[in-house]
Design a protein around this ligand. Structure first.
Ligand SMILES: Nc1nc2c(ncn2[C@@H]2O[C@H](COP(=O)(O)OP(=O)(O)OP(=O)(O)O)[C@@H](O)[C@H]2O)c(=O)[nH]1
Ligand SMILES: C[S@@+](CC[C@H](N)C(=O)[O-])C[C@H]1O[C@@H](n2cnc3c(N)ncnc32)[C@H](O)[C@@H]1O
Ligand code: SF4
Ligand code: SF4
Length: 319
């Protein structure tokens, strides 16, 4: 699927559920409740299968399940198996808070999962607990070990927040010396709950990384938002994801589907296309999708606006 700007859209991100077992301060309000009406509004596992199959037929080769917390979705294993075995998608990943991974990594792997991106914003037990409003860091670290044992590629996502974790950068970097994992520092985005702490919490992560001795740039995957660096002798890489200070829109290959059946062509755009009426109608879906792709914006305009255009929260989009 080629868009108006010549970009090949081959990466589908599905936000499986808005629900989460954490309440990270920059993502989800502490008092949020998910009601039953909300559940009735969400796509079923069968709907997701139709979307994955149709999009694979139209050229999707990379699939990520995110959320909310994708490991809470009862259909996750089924969907991974289906994507691999019925749709020939070989690049299948999840973005997760990692709390459940120690228990389920081997099953996920057996069903076809290749990659896991895990969010950790502090390596100190008490700070991790405060930023996630209750998370248990030990469980997440056990989950990482389990994934590495299973041969699942691991990346850590760390949202850099001024005055909270900018004193821990070297501790995160230490992780890559002896482990074959990538640690990526993400710029805080002024979206949803993130807007509340953005003014005081934003750090330009490019500048943050440049102050560290011994890091040198290495080639990055063309379809990744991250720019990567290494240390001599280190097993893993350091990455920076800088949607604000340095946008990667010109290589954007993404299309997003939300759990209530909307396509989002850009993380930060307010435009959404309801596809529920086209589910289980393969020919119509295929034609509609071609038109939808042509509406993908060239780029976001976050820097000028200082806040995301979308009124959706990050846990409703999946990052
Ligand atoms: N602006 C913008 N930010 C994105 C986009 N995709 C991911 N991000 C940011 O990068 C963070 C990490 O995304 P992940 O879900 O780990 O996925 P990814 O970075 O595409 O994964 P890889 O394919 O492993 O590089 C997200 O939480 C967002 O903050 C995008 O298309 N646009
Ligand atoms: C919304 S979460 C969903 C997946 C999973 N629950 C997790 O935390 O990895 C996806 C990613 O979005 C990031 N994120 C959420 N709100 C953000 C914000 N305001 N700015 C930057 N990244 C944000 C999280 O750190 C996480 O890496
Ligand atoms: S960042 Fe992920 S783990 Fe944290 S509240 Fe949002 S969805 Fe949940
Ligand atoms: S901001 Fe929009 S266009 Fe830019 S990389 Fe992200 S999703 Fe793609």
């Amino acid at each position: 699927m080629i868009d108006k700007y010549g970009r090949n859209i081959n990466y589908l991100r599905i936000s499986l559920t808005d629900r989460c077992n954490l309440r990270c301060i920059y993502c989800m309000p502490s008092d949020i409740e998910f009601r039953d009406e909300y559940i009735n509004d969400t796509l079923s596992t069968g709907d997701y299968k139709f979307i994955i199959k149709s999009m694979a037929n139209s050229g999707i080769t990379k699939l990520r399940f995110t959320g909310g917390e994708p490991t809470l979705h009862p259909g996750l294993n089924d969907l991974i198996w289906f994507a691999k075995n019925e749709c020939n998608i070989n690049d299948i990943a999840i973005t997760t808070n990692g709390l459940n991974l120690a228990k389920i990594a081997s099953t996920l792997k057996a069903n076809g999962l290749n990659k896991v991106n895990i969010s950790i914003d502090s390596l100190k037990v008490y700070k991790y607990k405060s930023v996630t409003r209750g998370g248990d860091l030990t469980k997440v670290l056990n989950g990482i070990n389990e994934c590495l044992k299973e041969g699942i590629k691991v990346k850590i996502n760390c949202v850099a927040i001024k005055g909270f974790n900018d004193d821990e950068i070297l501790d995160f970097i230490e992780l890559i010396r002896y482990n074959p994992i990538d640690v990526r520092f993400i710029e805080l985005m002024p979206i949803g709950e993130g807007q509340k702490i953005y003014e005081n919490g934003y750090i330009n992560v490019h500048e943050m990384i440049e102050s560290i001795d011994g890091l040198y740039p290495v080639p990055s995957e063309e379809d990744s938002p991250a720019k990567y660096y290494k240390f001599k002798g280190a097993k893993g890489r350091i990455g920076v994801i800088t949607p604000l200070s340095c946008s990667f829109c010109k290589n954007c290959n993404r299309i997003r589907v939300t759990s209530n059946g909307k396509i989002k062509l850009c993380l930060h755009s307010k435009e959404e296309i309801d596809i529920r009426n086209y589910i289980n109608k393969p020919l119509i879906f295929r034609e509609v999708l071609k038109d939808i792709i042509l509406g993908k914006p060239e780029k976001h305009n976050l820097v000028e606006r200082q806040s995301s255009e979308t009124t959706r929260k990050m846990y409703e989009i999946g990052g």
